[in-house]
Ligand binder design. Structure first.
Ligand SMILES: NC(=O)c1ccc[n+]([C@@H]2O[C@H](COP(=O)([O-])OP(=O)(O)OC[C@H]3O[C@@H](n4cnc5c(N)ncnc54)[C@H](OP(=O)(O)O)[C@@H]3O)[C@@H](O)[C@H]2O)c1
Length: 275
């Protein structure tokens, strides 16, 4: 799957702890191979404990062949002050899930969870522009998804979250960033939604409660889940049982891998460049 590693091969990383269950290295290196870029870049797992993040980032900054890294738990927020520049979405959310190293050693971070979610939906034939959306969860993924939905022109966004204050704070930040967005707090019985999205971790573990009530499921035409631990989560199973269309978490991850590689400077494949 990997190409020939030479003195010109650029290093990409996945920085996280733990890493054993991580899917990004396999997906990213497969994408590099599909793009015909597997000898130009290779992505390796970099297991970094929370206390070691600062010296590791300082060291990566000084490696000329290091091009960037995907960032996962527990570093998504603590890495922010170690970077030189942030995208508007990373500033709004206060977290990044990727950064790139420019030739002068400057490090720029962004979060692509939201763009990945929108791209995954689009790949399945669902555009978000003009859609009424219910979002359950206002954590890192939820906030990034909320920003991307408003940015891509959803008609309305209702944010439902266990901790209401967190949803209210997210809505306020969204309003500052995108004053045109129609963002409200909480599910309102009687409202209809084109898409209902689960951006909580509920469904990752056996025995988890469902993140949506029956009334929420009945109010949505399409139910989407961010959870990737299984293709059909208990939420999607319940949604199907109530006659809803469903969309799993894997398309979000797969779409995001392409966006992450683009952001770290990997060139598209020959089919895309026409070369
Ligand atoms: N498919 C993909 O590519 C992709 C990408 C990123 C994330 N994800 C998945 O998205 C999910 C959320 O990740 P995250 O990084 O956003 O996590 P996070 O930052 O920890 O946020 C978790 C959110 O879920 C809520 N929540 C947590 N436990 C809950 C419970 N027992 N009942 C009700 N609400 C609960 C939290 O509410 P409070 O505010 O009340 O704490 C918060 O809004 C995870 O399953 C993750 O694997 C998937």
């Amino acid at each position: 799957m990997s190409g020939e590693i030479t003195g010109r091969t650029k290093l990409l990383g996945l920085i996280a702890d733990p890493l054993a269950q991580a899917r990004s290295p396999v997906l990213a290196n497969a994408s590099l191979a599909r793009r015909g870029r597997a000898s130009e870049h290779v992505l390796l797992p970099l297991q970094v404990a929370a206390d070691d993040l600062e010296p590791v980032v300082a060291g990566l900054r000084r490696i000329a062949t290091f091009a960037g890294a995907i960032v996962s738990m527990p570093h998504k927020e603590t890495i922010v002050p170690l970077l030189d520049e942030l995208s508007p979405e990373a500033r709004l959310i206060g977290a990044v899930n990727v950064f790139r190293r420019d030739a002068d050693g400057r490090l720029t971070g962004t979060t692509l969870d939201g763009e990945g979610f929108v791209a995954g939906l689009r790949a399945a034939g669902h555009d978000v522009a003009g859609k009424r959306i219910l979002l359950c969860g206002a954590g890192g993924a939820g906030a990034a998804i909320a920003y991307a939905l408003v940015k891509h022109g959803c008609a309305s966004l209702a944010i439902e979250n266990r901790t209401r204050l967190r949803a209210e704070m997210l809505a306020a930040r969204l309003h500052d960033a995108c004053p045109h967005g129609d963002v409200t707090i909480g599910f309102r019985p009687g409202d209809a939604y084109d898409v209902a999205v689960n951006a909580t971790p509920l469904g990752m573990r056996d025995g988890d409660a469902l993140p949506m009530t029956d009334a929420m499921l009945d109010a949505a035409a399409l139910v989407a889940d961010c959870v990737v631990t299984r293709e059909i989560t208990p939420l999607l199973d319940a949604a199907r049982g109530r006659g809803r269309a469903v969309h799993g978490g894997l398309p979000m991850l797969e779409a995001q891998i392409e966006l992450l590689l683009d952001f770290m400077g990997v060139a598209p494949g020959p089919a895309l460049t026409g070369a």
